[in-house]
Design a protein around this ligand. Sequence first.
Ligand SMILES: [Zn+2]
Ligand SMILES: [Zn+2]
Length: 789
Amino acid sequence: MFTFVILKILTLITSVDVSACFISIQGRVQGVGFRPFIYRLAEQFSLRGWVRNNNEGLTVYIEGEVSEIIKFSHYLKTQAPIASSVFNISIENVEPEGVTSFKILPSLNLSDEITEISPDIALCDACLVDLMEQPHRINYPLINCTNCGPRFTIIKDIPYDRPNTTMDIFPMCELCASEYRDIMDRRFHAQPIACNDCGPGYECWREGQMTGTSILDILDMSVREIQLGRIIAIKGVGGYHLVCDAGNDQAVKRLRERKGRDSKPFAVMFKDADTASGYVDISAVEREVLLSWQHPIVLLRKNKESLAGLVSVLNEGISTVGVVLPYMPFHYLLMERLNIPAIVLTSGNFSEHPILIDNQEAIRQFSGIADLVITHQREIFNRVDDSVVRIIAGSQRMLRRARGFVPDPIHQTSRVEGILAMGAELVNMFCLGKGSRAYLSQYIGNLKNPETQQFYNDTIFRFMQLLRIEPEMIVTDLHPEYFSTKLGHNLAQTLTSEGKRITIERVQHHHAHIASCMAEHQLDEQVIGVAFDGTGYGSDGHIWGSEFMLADLETFQRTNHFEYLPMPGGDKAAEEPWRMAISALVMAFGKDLNKTILSILSDVKPQQSEWIIKMIRNRVNTPMTCGAGRYFDAVAALLGIITQAGYEGEGPMKLEALTREGIDETYEIELGPVISFIPAFRAITQEILNGYDPGLIATKFHNTVVLAIVESAMDLHKRYSVDKVVLSGGVFQNKYLVERVVSKLQRNQLRVYIHAAVPPNDGGVALGQLIVAAKRREKYVFGCTGKSD
Ligand SMILES: [Zn+2]
Ligand SMILES: [Zn+2]
């Protein structure tokens, strides 16, 4: 897109011999140092004119020699600031006005169109040097510049200028103000800048009492507490973190207990990438992502059996560990003073509640959990967690989309204006349409608890206000009991009662998954969709989750799925995978199921299995599911690596951790519209009874799922002549599985699409809902009958 537009500019400028033009730039160009960049370029090429921010982006007027304008355009493309992203440039040739200098003009509020708001940017290298050397910013823990610092987390309204941020209450000192005004300074028009004299500071609290405000004292206290094995809470960019020594068994266990987080893996922060490479494998791509301006948590493979020096309770039974490097000044100052290799850095919340952002709340709520609470006075307006990514098939794949990525839009080819997609339930994110841009919210979380519901509700209204969107269409899942579905309906009712015209659209969960991946790749045609996850409400009222479909952006036809398994106890079976293991055994052995077979479930008491078998046979509180996630759960439980799931996806993650390279064997399955794993379950059971290595069994099971996907997709390709395959759903967070499916399908000349910027898990569902609703609306507008799931 960008290259094409630049070429067009050059053609225009050279063919029509003009020496003045207006350039309008859309994209992420505010709050990322774009205006000073333009200014310096104009100076470099002796061009005159002006640049200004407006709601739509940036407008530039330049005049000068044609050859210099061409050079200017070239540099505009190749030297743009690191965190900027240009989506569109348009140019208009005009008569020269005869101006004599280049100026930055005040921002203009033009219309309801909005420009892109920058996500938060990790501390830059130049600021890191200033942190050590610049007299008024030595050890100033909230140092930033046009190339780094908070953005989305502090913005209250657009355009992005200081009075519209939470820095509005801190007047700049004369020195900061002079930097802000100095076009040649790196802090020129950097909205959140501050220094030791004028900026917000840090505070340290112990048991509800403030004990210090000197940053050096606070660092000393923090270091001491961490090294003594205590837990401290530290306010970050988008919320609080809880921190402790990652090498101290007792500290990590205590953190788990206090946080109410039984077994979910903890992320760790190392001082730098070299230190981290002593514990985890880091490829060139992974290093690049760790050090990118977003600084996300990257899932990396442990390079030894255990993280020698770090404790195993961080991530028991999982082959990866989430690693993040320091991304705000306080992290650097802390890490360089600690004599330990890594700290646990986990969201400051309780079980599944949203990350805390308010200072008073944090001081109150953390007083029983953390020995110290380190706060700062820069208010967080928009809460964001750390983002989590993984390198799969050679590229960065989003698992949790938040800090550094939100609120970047996903560009669409259709008009999505005024559509609010409510998302799903467990790892909820919603999505709002503006023009042809889809704005996915930050990671909201599990909508089963009231605190997260409140966060969800508030954030929807905040996005509507920030993006100037009035919904005309609300899209929900088919599941009648999802909080997101109910809130969508309530919202529609409220807006209708205010006299607005609102339509409600419903999109099936797995269709939304596939559409989400299609929207990310701007596909608008019929594809073979493979949506694998734990659970989603099916059009037939059963629980789906191993769906093969012929789908386009409007509708879908389900073609194949795994055989339904009983789910004894409903949702309880997702929390207790041993129930799914019994379910698999009942399916596989029927009346032949005996005590010897059941003995492989050594953690399950005979009365428990008897009771579950009765439930299944009598169909008491036993819905049917074909969720692929439940199949992974069943095998993980048969292998004895999980009995109870401490968190969503634990069974599949532990099973993936056992996989090994170099094993190509598979189990037998029956392919067809209903894919039966009965022969596979029988073989797995026999191999467990024969004492086979669990790693071999786990790998063969993965290979069997790969086989089911590849064979079924190939069959659909032959029957329907469709050659694009789209993979989505939480199961495709599994690196082993994805890489094999992709390479095998590609070897068969199929084109495979997987997620990159949008999570494959339920976090991405809202984008799919949005695009499906947009396509159906186009049909209504043209007078045709819309289709529905
Ligand atoms: Zn900086
Ligand atoms: Zn200052």
